[in-house]
Each structure stands twice: as C-alpha cells, then as structure tokens.
Design a protein around this ligand. Structure first.
Ligand code: SAM
Length: 224
C-alpha cells in the first residue's frame, strides 16, 4: 500500500549506507534516478558509466522491485572479485515506492543530476491523464529535486504520450528542451544509447519494430 509508514519521512532519514554499503563512508546520496525502473535494465547499464555516482530506481510493483533487488545483489556477488574494489554494481539500488506521491521523501532539493522516465505507463483514457507520471504538479517536484543543469530523459513508444510529455515539460518555466545531439555533445552519448535500448520495455519495442520518441529537457537556473 501507499501507507505513509512505508516511506521515509525525509531524504535525510533514508539509510543510504544500507543501499550502497561500498559507499557508506562517502556520505553520498543518489544523483541519478530512474522513475518506474521496471526490471532494472537502465540501472544495470548506467552502473559502469557513473562509477562514482549513486543511482536509484523507483518501482511501484512489489515483486518487480524485489526482482531488481535480487538482480543487483547477484551482479554485485558475481563482479565482486572480477573488478578492483569496490567492484561493479555497488552504485545501483532500488526502492519499492510510488514515485508520484513520495519522490520528495527520497531526494533533497537540487540533489539530482538526472531523472529518467523511460516508457512510462501511457494511461490512454482522458480521465486517466492525471495518473500520468509527467504532469504540471509533478514537474514542480522534479524541478525541485534536480539541480540546475540536470537533465530529464523521456522516451516512449506511444505517440500521444510523447506529445503530452513534451508539451508539459516545454511549458514549464524551469525546464528547457535540449536536442539529442546537444546531450551527446555533453558527453552523455552512452546514456542516450542506454535510454533507447537498455530497458526491458525498450527491447520489447525493438523486437516489435516499434517507433520511439525521445525528448530531453534541462533544468534551468532558478530565477533571480
Ligand atoms: N522503465 C522500464 C522500462 O523501460 O523497461 C519500465 C517501463 S513499464 C511500462 C512502467 C513501469 O513503471 C512499471 O514497472 C510500473 O510498475 C512502474 N510505475 C508505474 N507507476 C509508478 C509510480 N507511480 N511509481 C513508481 N513506479 C511506477
């Protein structure tokens, strides 16, 4: 359930050392977040790209988040000795959470450098649009958690949802569109490749020869 007792009251109350034991001494908090991470394909792809950053997936389904937790534990064990200390995959973790309600419980103001929304549930019906993970109210929360210059990555195979996400993000005063080639030029080409194809949903769209719409936005500076 979404009972408040399931959630930390504030980001400072989260035991990040339990999630990332190899980083416990650093005092680091997550800097990249995958909202609705599903089976964790993006987390696994990002882990070696940002070895010094903590990456967190949020997933609402209990069994799916448990699967991701088990997947990460297995990867950590397998790669514990094959790589120099602290080994691979120590920097990724997952929480079972309703990100639409409890994101501010996990991420402090301006703590994130990237937020990922990959193939979110489309909620086709008009009356269900308020259930979409991109909405005017939620964008204020995403802007709060992101530091200026931070990037929101969105991708979907649903044209209507692509237009919806683009329209709302483009209309928000704290976000500006950033072209795919400019994200690549920032040195994030391998991130974009992962966004396109590393997730289970992205692979499914590939198998079905489906179309994908990517859109990236940069968190602007706070107005003076
Ligand atoms: N991003 C993954 C991928 O590309 O493979 C999963 C895509 S799947 C279509 C959407 C995921 O978002 C599902 O796993 C679903 O359980 C999760 N989800 C939906 N609403 C959520 C919410 N409010 N908070 C967290 N996760 C949510």
């Amino acid at each position: 359930s979404d009972h408040a007792l399931d959630y930390p009251p504030a980001p400072a109350a989260v035991d990040w050392a339990a999630h990332y034991p190899a980083f416990a001494a650093t005092g680091k908090v997550p800097a990249l977040a995958d909202v609705g991470c599903g089976f964790g394909g993006l987390l696994v792809a990002l882990a070696p790209l940002f070895p010094d950053e903590l990456i967190l997936g949020l997933e609402i389904r209990v069994q799916v988040s448990q699967y991701v937790q088990d997947r990460i534990a297995a990867l950590r064990t397998t790669h514990a000795h094959a790589h120099p200390s602290p080994g691979l995959y120590q920097n990724i973790s997952v929480v079972r959470a309703n990100a639409m309600k409890f994101l501010p419980n996990y991420f402090a103001r301006a703590s994130l450098r990237a937020l990922f929304f990959l193939f979110p549930d489309p909620h086709f019906k008009q009356r269900k649009h308020k259930a979409r993970i991109i909405s005017p109210a939620l964008l204020a929360e995403y802007a709060y958690a992101l530091r200026p210059g931070g990037i929101v990555y969105t991708i979907t195979d649903v044209r209507d949802l692509a237009q919806w996400m683009h329209r709302h993000l483009a209309a928000h005063p704290l976000f500006e569109p950033i072209a795919e080639q400019d994200v690549r030029a920032l040195g994030h080409a391998d991130v974009l490749d992962a966004v396109h194809s590393a997730t289970e949903e992205g692979k499914k769209v590939d198998r079905n020869n489906g179309q994908k719409w990517l859109a990236c936005f940069r968190r602007r500076e706070n107005p003076q």
